[in-house]
Design a protein around this ligand. Structure first.
Ligand SMILES: Cc1ncc(C[n+]2csc(CCOP(=O)(O)OP(=O)(O)O)c2C)c(N)n1
Ligand SMILES: [Mg+2]
Length: 272
C-alpha cells in the first residue's frame, strides 16, 4: 500500500532539526516560535540528528510506549551552506538509508549568518565577502536538485515565496509522502544580496520569469516543471536589481559575464 500521511498539520506534530544558520536565531533558549520540538545541530549533521530522532520515535512506537497517532514528522531545516556543502555527505547517507524525513533548505546563496561568504550555492559572478569584485564569484552554483534526484528519493522540489500557491502545493505533497524528501526554497536575502527588503517579492518573481530559478519537482523518477516562463525575460533584469551584481554594470558593463549567465539559463531551458 502506498505511504500516506495526514497533511493537516498544526506544526505541533513536527520535530525540526535545525543546523546552524540564520534560522537558528529564531530560537533563543528556552524560547522558540516553532510549535513543535526543535533540535539544534552542527552544520554538517542535521540529517544524522534527524536519523537519531526518527530512530527514537520508532523505538517508542515498537515498544508501544507511544501510540501511532502521536507519531511525529522529522523535518530538517538548514541553509544552503549545510544543504549544498557541509552537510551533503550526511544527507547522502540518510537518503541511502531511506530515512523518513523532509529536508527544507532555504537557499540564500551564501553563508548569511556569518556575513555572506560564498557557499556552494552562490551564483557565478556574485559579490560575496570571500570573493574579489570584479569579477565576483568564480565558481558555479551546485545543482542540488539533480544531486538529490540521482539518489532516487521519494520527492524533490524547488519553490520560492513569490509563488505561494506552487509552494503550498509542494509542501502538502511532500508532507503526504514518506521516505527522503527535499524542498529547496530560493530565499532572496536583502542583506546578502544588497537590495531594499520591499523588493523581495519582485526579485523572487524575476528569478522565475527570467528562468534563473526553475520551479520543478522530481517524483517517481520523473522531473516535471510546474511553471514554465514564456517568454523569458532577460537575465539582466534579475541581476540589475541586486547590489551583489552591481559590478557587472558599473563602472563598466561586463558583457562577458552577463552573456555567460544568460547563455547558461538559455541552455538549461533549451535542453528541456
Ligand atoms: C563547521 C562550522 N563552520 C562554521 C560555522 C559558523 N557558521 C555558523 S552559521 C554559518 C552560516 C551558515 O550558512 P547557511 O547554511 O547558508 O545558512 P544561513 O546563515 O545563510 O542562513 C556559519 C559559517 C559553524 N557553525 N560550523
Ligand atoms: Mg545561506
Amino acid at each position: 500500500m502506498p505511504f500516506t500521511r495526514s497533511t493537516t498539520s498544526s506544526g505541533r506534530e513536527d520535530v525540526f532539526v535545525n543546523a546552524a544558520g540564520c534560522m537558528t536565531l529564531l530560537s533563543v533558549y528556552p524560547f522558540t516560535p516553532f510549535r513543535g520540538s526543535w533540535l539544534y545541530t552542527s552544520m554538517a549533521s542535521a540529517p544524522a540528528g534527524a536519523q537519531g530522532v526518527r530512530d527514537a520515535l520508532d523505538i517508542l512506537l515498537e515498544q508501544k510506549r507511544m501510540p501511532p497517532e502521536e507519531d511525529l514528522d522529522v523535518v530538517v531545516l538548514t541553509g544552503d551552506g549545510s544543504a549544498y556543502g557541509m552537510g551533503l555527505s550526511s544527507t547522502s547517507g540518510a537518503i541511502e538509508r531511506g530515512l523518513d524525513f523532509l529536508y527544507i533548505c532555504y537557499d540564500n546563496e551564501g553563508y548569511g549568518n556569518t556575513g555572506q561568504q560564498a557557499s556552494a550555492a552562490t551564483p557565478h559572478g556574485a559579490k560575496t565577502t570571500t570573493t574579489a569584485k570584479p569579477p565576483g564569484f568564480a565558481g558555479y552554483k551546485k545543482d542540488l536538485f539533480s544531486i538529490w534526484a540521482a539518489h532516487k528519493p521519494t520527492y524533490v522540489a524547488t519553490v520560492i515565496g513569490s509563488e505561494p500557491v506552487d509552494l503550498a502545493r509542494k509542501i502538502e505533497k511532500a508532507k503526504a509522502l514518506g521516505g527522503p524528501r527535499l524542498i529547496i526554497a530560493l530565499a532572496p536575502c536583502p542583506t546578502g544580496w544588497e537590495y531594499d527588503p520591499r523588493d523581495s517579492i519582485d526579485i523572487g518573481r524575476l528569478a522565475v520569469t527570467t528562468g534563473v530559478w526553475p520551479l520543478k519537482e522530481y517524483v517517481d523518477g520523473e522531473v516535471v516543471h510546474t511553471v514554465v516562463p514564456k517568454p523569458r525575460l532577460p537575465v539582466e533584469e534579475y541581476l540589475k536589481k541586486q547590489g551583489r551584481f552591481a559590478h557587472l554594470f558599473e563602472p563598466e558593463r561586463n558583457d562577458t559575464v552577463i552573456q555567460e549567465l544568460q547563455t547558461r539559463v538559455d541552455d538549461y531551458w533549451s535542453a528541456m
